[in-house]
Design a protein around this ligand. Structure first.
Ligand code: KG4
Ligand code: ZN
Length: 334
């Protein structure tokens, strides 16, 4: 009954990250090198710049994760790496670093789905209980996932156009807020003493899918019309109205899904799960419903490698082993 130690590596987007996790639930070290400063002036992640940063940072970050854990590679049981989805050039840096590390140290390697990582971030906080509903909201994803057991993901709803975080970032741009815009809109919405009411895209009665591009266009049109009429816009009111629309739709659909599937636990995951308005709304809805609801702390909501190691541990325990033929899979299905 020995402890297991998994090295996790994550490079799917704009964070270069490595972490060592013990037994799938305890962080031993967790290192994240953010590139946000380099992408800021472009208002979004530039793939080529992301790849270059990953190349520069990956070895340093892995060495730092070992150093902070005070461990040698020989003490590890496996290397888990984000195999997809994500930017192909970015994924390849992590996958190839993992291959080299695994080969040099005679360790098995395991390919992890990035979204599974966001879900398993919760395992670092408390044990998962099934059936479990995961609300995944990030810059690239908006999904409601049902899990009946470890490693089994059933996609019951997803966005048909923009991801929630993408809508946040685009709306932030028209409000002249810095990238990434989510936290700035969140702050403005909280300070606001009013709101401009924007539409909610409910889609079909029984659908758990989302659509945020209509909402985004409504905000852009509102800004455009105000400018043409020479009216001054209260950005806080716009932020509050936009956020209320996103939060109401996400909360309503998550609650309906939790009831339909009779889940024992609801978790939120992904960068947008850091949103104060969304957290408060989901907390209230599930407290009223009597279903335990959890969100990992901010540092585990956004991209990190501890969550990848947590999934890796579950796969390792289930006997999954990858090999050195692994490739980056930008469109990897859950
Ligand atoms: O999970 P993540 O770090 O990267 C992806 O895998 O996409 O999520 C990043 C996204 C960005 O769109 C960012 O604007 C959004 O999460 N975000 C927020 C907040 N903090 C980060 N959105 C709304 N409110 C926040 N407080
Ligand atoms: Zn992510």
């Amino acid at each position: 009954n020995e402890d297991r130690f998994i090295l996790g590596i994550e490079t799917s987007c704009d964070e270069t990250a490595a972490s060592i996790v013990k037994n799938g639930n305890t962080i031993v070290s967790n290192v994240v090198a953010s590139q946000i400063e380099s992408h800021k002036r472009f208002g979004g992640v530039v793939p080529e710049i992301a790849s270059r940063h990953h190349v520069e940072q990956i070895t340093i970050v892995i060495e730092e994760a070992l150093k902070q854990a005070n461990m040698e590679p020989s003490q590890l049981d496996a290397v888990a790496v984000t195999e997809g989805p994500g930017l192909v050039g970015a994924l390849l840096i992590g996958v190839n670093a993992a291959k080299a590390f695994a080969f040099a140290n005679g360790l098995p390697m395991i390919g992890v789905h990035h979204i599974a990582g966001h879900v398993y971030a919760n395992q670092l906080i408390q044990p998962m209980e099934f059936p479990l509903l995961a609300v995944i909201v990030s810059g690239g994803h908006t999904e409601i996932v049902l899990m009946k057991e470890h490693g089994e993901f059933e996609l019951i709803g997803e966005t048909r156009d923009d991801a929630a975080g993408e809508a946040y970032d685009k709306v932030a741009r028209v409000l002249n807020l810095p990238y990434p815009g989510g936290p700035h809109i969140d702050r403005l919405a909280h300070e606001s003493d009013g709101e401009i009411v924007f539409p909610r895209a409910w889609l079909e009665d029984d659908s758990y899918d989302f659509s945020f591009s209509g909402l985004k266009s409504a905000v852009i049109n509102y800004m455009h019309n105000a400018e043409q009429r020479g009216e001054t816009v209260n950005p806080a009111h716009v932020a509050a109205g936009f956020q209320n629309s996103v939060v109401e739709v996400l909360t309503t659909k998550a609650l309906r899904a939790a009831r339909e599937y009779n889940v024992k636990q609801v978790i939120a995951a992904g960068g947008v799960a850091a949103n104060k308005g969304l957290r408060a709304s989901l907390e209230q809805a599930f407290a009223d419903e009597g279903i335990p609801f959890y969100v990992p702390p901010l540092s585990l909501c956004t991209d990190n490698a501890a969550m990848i190691a947590a999934v890796g541990d579950s796969m390792f325990t289930a006997g999954v082993r990858g090999n050195l033929a692994m490739n980056g899979r930008p469109g990897m299905p859950l």
